[in-house]
Design a protein around this ligand. Structure first.
Ligand code: SF4
Length: 343
């Protein structure tokens, strides 16, 4: 956005022109139309420089495929300048789920993205183009960094995007959600961001050994301590905390563990999102039946903590996170059924 601003100023535009260009770009509107009214007309000499800059921004992420889902969501497959591919998901109720990396190195055993390994981090521009692509299609008031990748492994770019989305993109601070497998040091870094984003902690279990097995390259921290640090961060910033818990039959669907989770969260402003696993071909783990899912949720709710079942957004559109990209890397043709799916 700074480059866009400078391009206009250097080419003879005024600060009001620069502001209008940034505003239109961030809101997903056609930028040149922001100068259509005579009182905002851009000096003619500035137009070619602006067009060149806009073409460079457009090339950051082209929409290669678009898959509407029955839940009102929509999954986009974006092609980046170097040929890498990522997913961006439009969520029902004005939300957008953004990818932060090409692949991911945490390697969660229930996740399609985890099977890809890490190729590279996304730049701040590549995070912002996902929001623009979303806003070209629907209103976006909430941006969750919960797509492909672990945001904490690309934290500087993600926090820069958070700051820009809040300042130039009109996204409220509670509507910017940083999702992470977590580490107390990560929470300290988030605190230094302006604004500190809301937090979603991917916890999945309270058993340290189990967590190590499920999230093999996540920081090896005692889950209860991690949860305590996440609650402290969210309380300090007056945000509700989201806890993400993937439900895998016989692994993370224990009722006593759910009661223990409720005890740890009692009196806090937390919502626990239970995500029935979207089975991934070639990976172990199946989804508990509906009755069991409701029993687990009830255990947490009976403990006085808000809990919901969150089916993967846009899941019928090519499975959970990473499956569209994984499918294309396997050479699956467009329209082929999903490989299966994680969260
Ligand atoms: S669930 Fe998230 S952290 Fe785990 S492998 Fe998938 S993208 Fe990475």
């Amino acid at each position: 956005m700074e480059r866009l601003r400078e391009t206009i100023l250097r080419a003879g535009g005024k600060p009001v022109h620069a502001d209008r260009a940034v505003d239109a770009w961030m809101l997903g509107r056609p930028v040149l139309e922001a100068f259509a009214e005579p009182r905002y007309a851009l000096p003619r000499a500035a137009v070619p420089a602006l067009e060149e800059e806009l073409a460079a921004l457009e090339a950051l992420g082209e929409v290669l495929e678009e898959h509407p889902a029955e839940d009102g969501g929509r999954k986009l497959l974006l092609g980046l300048e170097d040929g890498a591919r990522i997913e961006t998901v439009l969520l029902p109720r004005d939300g957008l789920c953004v990818s932060t990396q090409v692949g991911c190195r945490v390697g969660c055993t229930f996740c399609g993205t985890g099977t890809l390994g890490l190729t590279r981090n996304l730049s701040t521009d590549e995070l912002l183009i996902q929001v623009r692509r979303g806003r070209e299609r629907q209103k976006v008031r909430r941006v969750v960094f919960m797509g492909m990748g672990e945001p904490a492994h690309n934290i500087e770019a993600v926090l820069e995007a958070v700051a820009i989305l809040h300042r130039d993109g009109r996204v409220g601070r509670e509507q910017l959600v940083f999702s992470t497998v977590g580490h107390p040091r990560v929470f300290e870094r988030l605190q230094a961001c302006t604004p500190p984003p809301a937090l979603a902690l991917s916890l999945h279990t309270l058993d340290r050994e189990q967590r190590r097995a499920l999230l093999p390259r996540a920081p090896d921290v005692e889950p209860a301590e991690l949860l305590e640090a996440a609650v402290a961060y969210s309380t300090r910033n007056r945000h509700p905390l989201q806890v993400q818990w993937t439900l895998i039959e016989g692994v993370t669907d224990g009722l006593e563990e759910a009661r223990q989770l409720a005890r740890l969260l009692q009196g806090t402003r937390t919502v626990v999102n239970f995500i029935p696993v979207n089975p991934v071909a070639g990976l172990p783990g199946s989804r508990p039946n509906r009755e069991r899912i409701h029993q687990v949720v009830a255990c947490v709710q009976d403990g006085g903590v808000l809990a919901k079942v969150r089916w993967s957004a846009a899941q019928d559109a090519t499975g959970g996170c990473g499956q569209l990209v994984a499918g294309r890397q396997d050479g699956q043709p467009e329209g082929a059924p999903p490989l299966s799916g994680p969260n």
